[in-house]
Design a protein around this ligand. Structure first.
Ligand code: FES
Ligand SMILES: [Fe+2]
Length: 351
């Protein structure tokens, strides 16, 4: 169940070049490359003749020559040459996807091209490109369905159990006031923790010696984007909702993720964890980046292990989550799943 009429991240900009890049996205095979003028192209990566991925062929000027029998396709996906023939066959076309580039990411639109509106692209300038921020960034190939990754990011009580050596401690799971708000199709989960012991990372980077007020705000934006704001202040200072949404207080960091399903049970996870330079001292910046890569790996181990357990039950109706029950911390992820189901239903009705 994938939403189609949306922008998804297809690649980091730096990875799209004059080399053909083949990638499976939403159960379709896609080839990405740049024209000579630098603009990106996304085409169906399957030759209409005998199904060889076009990424196995050659990029010649702005066209791809298939690596099997030499058909040539232009950047509209139309065959312009069949070796030994005067006229290329009219059936020889591949799908061309709308494509856009912003904030270090190349986005593609798998659905109805007439609906691909660049005003709908998410804006990640501040944290993906702004020089005032220290960034850990990456792309992770996840052997788990994309909703398991979204689940993880919409329930941050897991920091206690998964990231206990850095950002989590017992108080995170035990002492939070949880609110979940639906804003259009966006889900916002706020966890507010008052007068708690600071977790290790907060003591080290935030230089806290006493208790803190801490917040985690996790926002889901369809089809599969997550923005997280983490902040803290000395106990008693407090933080209003605007601060909890956008500000890090005395110490905190932000996390941006874009999940693009590869198949039903695998995902491309594009991510940035960023701390403002004022909040990450010069001599701790390398450590910050290293620790955040470690945090991402800790999460990866969790959702891949979940998927392996789920895969043992191939008869399950909903193979990416088949819980016997839910807990209060599930509010956000249940809301996210309802939004995706509703949007999916609307897309199906429109077809
Ligand atoms: S498979 Fe591509 S030209 Fe034959
Ligand atoms: Fe995590």
């Amino acid at each position: 169940m994938f939403l189609k009429n949306c922008w998804y991240v297809a690649a980091w900009s730096k990875d799209v070049s004059r080399e053909l890049l083949g990638r499976i996205l939403l159960n379709e095979t896609v080839v990405l490359y740049r024209r000579k003028d630098g603009s990106p192209v996304a085409l169906e990566n399957r030759c209409p003749h005998r199904n060889l991925p076009l990424s196995e062929g050659n990029l010649i000027d702005d066209e791809i020559e298939c690596g099997y029998h030499g058909m040539v396709f232009n950047n509209d996906g139309v065959c312009t040459h069949l070796p030994g023939s005067e006229e290329p066959p009219v059936w020889a076309t591949v799908k061309r996807y709308p494509i856009a580039e912003r904030n270090g990411w190349v986005f593609y639109w798998p659905g109805d091209p007439s609906l691909a509106d660049e005003d709908l692209l998410p804006d990640y300038h501040k944290y993906n490109e702004d020089e005032d921020w220290i960034r850990a960034q990456g792309q992770t190939h996840v052997k788990a369905g994309y909703r398991l990754v979204l689940d993880n990011l919409l329930d941050l009580s897991h920091l206690t159990f998964v990231h206990g050596s850095t950002t989590g401690n017992r108080a995170v799971a035990e002492s939070a006031d949880l609110t979940t708000d639906l804003e259009g199709n966006n889900v916002r989960v706020t966890r507010w923790m008052e007068d708690i012991e600071p977790a290790l990372a907060f003591r080290e980077y935030g230089k806290y010696e006493n208790n803190i007020d801490r917040w985690q705000m996790s926002q889901f934006i369809p089809p599969a984007y997550i923005n997280i704001n983490n902040g803290s202040v000395d106990t008693g200072v407090g933080a209003d909702q605007e601060t909890r949404n956008n500000d890090q207080g005395k110490w905190g960091f932000v996390v941006y993720h874009a999940m693009t399903p590869e198949t039903d049970t695998t995902t491309h996870q594009f991510w940035t964890v960023a701390g403002h330079k004022d909040k990450v001292p010069q001599d701790m910046r390398e450590l910050f980046v290293e620790q955040m890569h470690g945090v991402l790996k800790e999460d990866l181990d969790i959702y891949e292990a979940q998927q392996r357990a789920i895969d043992l039950d191939p008869e399950s109706l909903n193979r990416d989550a088949n819980p016997r029950g839910t807990i209060p911390a599930d509010q956000g992820l249940l809301s996210m799943r309802r939004v995706i189901r509703r949007m999916y239903g609307n897309e199906q009705k429109a077809i």
